[in-house]
Design a protein around this ligand. Structure first.
Ligand SMILES: Nc1ncnc2c1ncn2[C@@H]1O[C@H](COP(=O)(O)OP(=O)(O)O)[C@@H](O)[C@H]1O
Ligand SMILES: [Mg+2]
Length: 469
């Protein structure tokens, strides 16, 4: 596309052009009106003087007769100027005046007439005149008029001025349009150039902001804010995928080394069998990690909203505690449930159940004293309560808890605190709980149980009307 073509195609130029057209049309209409009224004014002035002269000459005729009229007309005809006179007999024979010939029948017409005529001494030069014919007594006729040359000249002057001013308007308008459009184009080009470098991979680049606060600046500001957000998201994504790669590499390497070692050292069916069994165990761990990652992704993508339904959170709390009862008992833990009143929540039942299971997992895993059954009577409380418009789903234990400064970190993906390294796990449990809470417009709160940890899933309570519907 040529530079001019690009310029002409812009909205700014099209707008300027439309304005120019409207303005030029308006100017043309104004000038035409002006020309027409001047012409009408001149015509009416000529008519007035012609009428006045006719009245005067008719008076002369009435008082002093045809001879006197002929003398006066003859004298006036000799004066230079645009005045025209003619006195004729009833038969049309000229007695005095400076009009040579007229189209036949002109003398029989009444009222003001625009007519062509010839001067007595010129035969080929036809002129235009505005005349009035007056019938005198005894059949004589008096014609008084004005040559229209001056009116035409005035008209020409106005028309020329009009043409020139419209041409000027068009030229100035086009220049202005080009100027404005070029400025607009420069801004747009600068923005385009910036976007292209961003698209080419320079994500730190931002759109130029001139600082005038105009619409381009506002657009650039908003786009820059968007880029900032995208960059932060991408950084997060890179971090997560780095973590995933790193955290999956360790178990995979372990898996591979076990297999290799078995090949090298094992002899006999039992040894191979046990090597294969540990391989399967490791693989199961990997599959669990993948499943957890996929579930977090599902909770974060928002697709899980499609499966939203209204369900009772208290019921879920009871189900989960029932499910974990044998496990807790085995570890010598006492399980307490407080979930009596129905608490409706609109959400994804499966994900909320999974989140609560994760919290129970942690409580049992980390609260149970090492070497089990030592501190008989340690309790884990699971509760579903209501607080204003919120539903609180909490699991409290009396284990070591999480130090205040570690709580934020513990929620991050793959983070396992130093003290927990001896226990199995992938560090994804709390990440899923937090993602599920966010999906429902709520949050995960970790607090101190003195001693132990209280993990609370805060969810918005569903409107009562939906309940049971
Ligand atoms: N109830 C708890 N008591 C003490 N520490 C906990 C508890 N729950 C979680 N944690 C700490 O938070 C970390 C992250 O938990 P989580 O995301 O569930 O991962 P995982 O259980 O796989 O280690 C755990 O490694 C542990 O250090
Ligand atoms: Mg866990």
């Amino acid at each position: 596309m040529t530079a001019l073509g690009k310029l002409v195609r812009t909205t700014a130029f099209k707008l300027s052009f439309a304005y120019l057209l409207v303005f030029a049309l308006f100017a043309a209409a104004l000038l035409a009106y002006f020309a027409w009224t001047t012409r009408a004014l001149v015509t009416s002035q000529i008519a007035q003087t012609v009428d006045a002269e006719i009245t005067g000459l008719a008076e002369q005729y009435r008082q002093a007769g045809i001879r006197r009229l002929v003398l006066v007309v003859d004298a006036r005809s000799r004066r230079p100027g645009s005045s025209l006179y003619l006195v004729t007999t009833a038969a049309g024979e000229a007695l005095a005046g400076n009009v040579g010939s007229l189209p036949p029948g002109t003398l029989d017409r009444t009222g003001l007439i625009e007519t062509p005529y010839h001067r007595p001494d010129e035969t080929d030069d036809q002129r235009e005149a505005l005349v009035r014919v007056f019938q005198l007594a005894n059949g004589f006729r008096l014609l008084v008029g004005r040559d229209l040359e001056e009116r035409e000249r005035l008209h020409t002057i106005i028309a020329t001025a009009g043409h020139w001013s419209i041409a000027l308007v068009v030229v100035l308008g086009l220049l202005g349009g080009f100027f404005i459009t070029r400025r607009v184009l420069k801004r747009v080009d600068a923005m385009t150039a910036a976007t292209q470098t961003i698209m080419a991979g320079n994500f730190g680049r931002r759109l130029p902001v001139v600082g005038t606060g105009d619409e381009f600046d506002r657009l650039a500001d908003n786009l820059n804010a968007m880029l900032e957000r995208i960059e932060a998201l991408m950084r997060g994504l890179t971090e997560v995928s780095d973590n995933i790669a790193h955290d999956l590499k360790t178990p995979l390497t372990r898996l591979r080394n076990h297999a290799e070692e078995a090949l090298r050292t094992a002899s006999g069916e039992t040894a191979y069998r046990s090597a294969l069994e540990s391989t399967i165990e490791e693989s199961d761990g990997l599959i669990r990690t993948f499943n957890a990652l996929l579930m977090i992704a599902r909770a974060e993508s928002g697709h899980a909203r499609e499966a939203f339904e209204t369900f009772d959170v208290a019921e879920i709390a009871r189900d989960i505690s029932e499910l974990y009862e044998p496990l807790a008992e085995e570890d010598g833990l006492l399980l307490k449930v407080v979930a009596d009143t129905a608490l409706p929540v609109r959400g994804n039942r499966e994900l909320v159940s999974q989140a609560l299971s994760n919290l129970m997992d942690n409580a049992i895993k980390y609260a149970a004293p090492e070497g089990r059954a030592c501190r008989e009577g340690t309790t884990i409380s699971i509760a579903a309560q209501e607080e204003g418009n919120w539903v609180l789903l909490s699991v409290a234990d009396s284990g070591p808890g999480i130090a205040e400064q570690d709580r934020e970190r513990a929620v991050e993906r793959f983070v396992r605190l130093e003290s927990s390294r001896t226990k199995p796990g992938s560090g994804l449990g709390l990440s899923l709980v937090a993602a599920v809470a966010r999906l429902h417009g709520g949050e995960l709160r970790l607090s101190d149980n003195r001693p132990g940890l209280v993990a609370t899933i805060v969810l918005p309570r569903a409107p009562a009307a939906v309940e049971g519907g």
